[in-house]
Ligand binder design. Structure first.
Ligand code: NAD
Length: 374
């Protein structure tokens, strides 16, 4: 099999879908590996490092020519993949609900699109889950970026010149990113509180030493919700949550929002009215900014100041930690394909549970059930 990795084309995308470590392991499985010139530069990986690992380096057309599998971070335009084997697999992020044209173009080109964001949330797929690996880094980076923008310190400091108060940090949405945000803010010495709609997160928040802020009078989502994801909440819940947040947020210095609902715009968690109650100089980092934003007025890759409060969020937070984000994404790809590697056939054979969940297109058609219903 020939596996290819191209340089990412999306603006601001610094990650790369393979590292020398994963290239070596794919070659050990009996494959040829091609990497486009300069593909690793954003993640500080040189062409020589890929070559030493056994990859051939060339332009996009040479890499794609006769490729059986193309690995990506964000799926390339289908036109870039002319020359790949008919029915070649492309494993990457497709943004399937937001980018239907891309999915259709893959179907038309006869490619098999494998959406890494549709990886099911089951125990055996944890090591293949790019949303988790990237969200973890995002939660960390959001806190560091907010701390860097905040004109005050995070920890309490007792000095001869007087005491510096600990910053108060509120994390909204306690999935993978939120848990890492709590842990990072705690490590920096902030007083941390957090909220979610899933009751299961309460214990997780408390186990990290943070305070859980929960709507008590209206039922949230018991347990983990479908596949671990949240759903749209009732109007009654939303009203109770808004009241609770309004009371709490006025006392916060840092707010990190991470709430997402798959296939839907991110829920609006912080309104302009609530921002107006915060102290000037406070910082809000909206990790959902690219999905429509949890915070009123947030703009991707820009800092907006409202009522003296700085509102920010990178459109692609993991790309700001490109070396680690690439290393983990590349391992997710390796764990995924090697788990299904049929040594005799010399190629991967996906099982039904994972194959059907992530396969978007095959044989010229869009075949994914979630997309058909969307
Ligand atoms: P996510 O990125 O989809 O959402 C982030 C958080 O926002 C979630 O905790 C969600 O409940 C919360 N949220 C949504 N709407 C909200 C609202 N209106 N107000 C407040 N919070 C809101 O979530 P995620 O990080 O992908 O993780 C969700 C769950 O899935 C976690 O329990 C995680 O441990 C689990 N998970 C399991 C696997 C696996 O088993 N393979 C992999 C990844 C995640």
């Amino acid at each position: 099999m020939k596996i290819a990795v191209l340089k990412e084309r999306a603006a601001g995308e610094e990650r790369v879908a393979a590292t020398p470590e994963t290239v070596k392991k794919f070659i050990a499985l009996g494959n040829d590996f091609a990497v486009e010139t300069g593909a690793g530069s954003g993640a500080s990986i040189s062409d020589d490092a890929y070559s030493e690992a056994g990859a051939t380096i060339g332009d996009a057309a040479a890499c794609v020519k006769d490729a059986d599998i193309i690995l990506g971070i964000q799926a390339p335009e289908a036109a870039l993949l002319d020359g790949a084997k008919p029915g070649a697999w492309v494993a990457a992020l497709f943004d399937p609900f937001g980018n239907k044209d891309l999915v259709d173009a893959y179907a038309k080109a006869g490619l098999e699109a494998l959406s890494m964001e549709f990886m099911p949330r089951i125990t055996r797929a944890q090591s293949m889950d790019v949303l988790s690996s990237q969200s973890n880094l995002s939660g960390y980076k959001a806190v560091l970026t907010a701390a860097d923008t905040f004109g005050r310190a995070f920890p309490m400091m007792m000095t001869a010149a007087g005491t510096v108060k600990a910053a108060k940090c509120f994390v909204m949405g306690v999935g993978v990113a939120g848990l890492q945000a709590i842990a990072t803010a705690k490590r920096l010495g902030a007083q941390v509180s957090a909220t979610d709609v899933r009751s299961a997160t309460k214990e997780q928040i408390e186990s990290l030493g943070a305070k859980a802020i929960f709507v008590e009078e209206v039922e949230g989502i018991e347990g983990e919700g479908s596949g671990g994801y949240a759903t749209e909440m009732s109007d009654e819940y939303k009203a109770a949550q808004a009241k609770l947040v309004s009371e709490h947020i006025a006392k916060q210095d840092i707010v990190i929002t991470t709430a997402l609902i798959p296939g839907r715009a991110a829920p609006r968690l912080v309104t302009d009215e609530q921002i107006a109650t915060m102290q000037p100089g406070s910082v809000i980092y909206d990790l959902a900014v690219a999905q429509g934003g949890n915070v009123e007025g947030s703009v991707p890759d820009d800092m907006v100041v409202r009522h003296g409060v700085k509102i920010m969020g990178y459109a692609n937070t993991p790309a700001h930690l490109a070396a680690d984000a690439s290393a983990l994404f590349a391992r997710n790809h390796l764990n995924f394909l090697s788990a299904f590697w049929d040594k005799e056939a010399g190629k991967p054979e996906l099982d039904e549970e994972i194959g059907d969940a992530i396969r978007l297109t095959k044989g010229g058609e869009v075949v994914n059930e979630r997309l058909k219903g969307a």
